[in-house]
Write a protein that binds this ligand. Sequence first.
Ligand SMILES: Nc1ncnc2c1ncn2[C@@H]1O[C@H](COP(=O)(O)OP(=O)(O)OP(=O)(O)O)[C@@H](O)[C@H]1O
Ligand SMILES: [Mg+2]
Length: 291
Amino acid sequence: MGAVIKVENITYRYPLTEKPAIKNLSFEIEEGGFYGIIGPNGSGKTTLCALLRGFAPSFYKGDLEGQVLVDEKPTTAYLEGELSLRIGYVFQNPFNQISGVKDTVFEEIAYGLENFGVPVDEIEDRVVRAMKLTDIESLAMKKPFEISGGQQQRMALASTLVLEPGILIIDEPTSQLDPEGTESVFKVIETLKQTKKTVILVEHKIDLIAEYAEKIIVLKNGEAIRIGDKQDILSDIALEAEGIQLPQYAALGSRLRERGVDLEYIPITEKQALDVIGKAISKEAKTNVVH
Ligand SMILES: Nc1ncnc2c1ncn2[C@@H]1O[C@H](COP(=O)(O)OP(=O)(O)OP(=O)(O)O)[C@@H](O)[C@H]1O
Ligand SMILES: [Mg+2]
């Protein structure tokens, strides 16, 4: 599978700012891949999402050096709205995504499809499916502004999924959610992964990134300090010194190694921790028998 997005040495400044929000960034997004973008507050995660979607520079203006290609064409060469069916975008703050012109959650989710002239029967089917997937069927008749932040977050996700884009950019979909709501959003994301969609996800909850993502982009001060496979990056304890939070299991594994426990690899998920610590214990037991 080829690259669906190519980022070619981009540096981007918002209007009236000197310091670039994104600096010298190059990488490719492969079709069907699951990419996690991580990094401290203000490191440029949302700005990068906006650049991938073409909102920057078209909407935010500012100054872009280099280019972002979507399906081999620069984002700046697309017409207004042309990318919205190809790339679904879920905003960090779900409030920003609500149209304000619809009275019910159902209508809000249908809104995008109406704009694209989809037949009424099909709209209903697709909206029901999107609500099922995001587990908000019971909210269908509620007012979009009167549901909770977490419910709005799931509605925003449903409004995007209903358009069935091949690429999804999701900026911190769980910031308003409790652990249960977070789990349910990640279940949806897991389903998307199985349908071979390309997913680009910003998320602070690093244990979830460790569980679900395949590739990681680590941003700091607008620069990518690491790009690569999640196993290599999330087990790299040196990143902690850079202010990057790593999965709790990686920190645990590294502390165990420091204390002389012979771990085969640094785990990044609970499953891996159980595997690798289990192996170390049985190795230890065998050595003790020999003595
Ligand atoms: N519209 C804007 N105009 C000018 N500067 C901006 C604008 N939006 C963001 N910035 C600046 O760009 C930098 C990157 O911000 P961005 O929102 O991309 O970071 P982030 O990693 O998404 O942070 P967070 O984790 O808080 O969401 C910050 O220094 C921020 O102040
Ligand atoms: Mg952000």
